[in-house]
Design a protein around this ligand. Structure first.
Ligand SMILES: [Zn+2]
Length: 115
């Protein structure tokens, strides 16, 4: 643990502090670029959670829609008609998120090299 200068007010702050004690700036030890990266990571994890909600929601829908059914095949084909969209959106959304994240990571690495 060491003291560094806050990015906002230049006051001394611990490098492990979550907020500056002088100006209240969150994560004072991160520069703008790191902060943007962190923000993107948080957005991505929110997005992943949403995709997971769709995906596993669809699976749960199939499970609960067929678990008590007498004719399981008929129940499954009926539930599948709607649940497949949830599973598809969740799965496809996850892939798109990973793809965009991969491109962003590549851009970031390239940017760092040129600095
Ligand atoms: Zn500060």
């Amino acid at each position: 643990m060491s003291l560094i200068a806050c990015n906002e007010c230049q006051g001394k702050v611990s490098d492990s502090a979550l907020a500056c004690p002088h100006c209240g700036c969150p994560l004072p030890n991160l520069n703008e670029e790191d902060k943007n990266e962190l923000k993107e990571k948080i957005e991505l994890s929110k997005y992943r959670t949403l995709c997971g909600f769709f995906f596993f929601g669809g699976i749960a829908w199939i499970y609960f829609g067929t678990v008590d059914a007498i004719d399981k095949d008929a129940a499954l084909s009926e539930v599948w008609q709607s649940a497949r969209w949830f599973i598809g959106i969740g799965f496809f959304g996850y892939l798109v998120g990973e793809f965009i994240n991969g491109i962003d990571d590549m851009k970031r690495k390239r940017k760092r090299k040129t600095h």
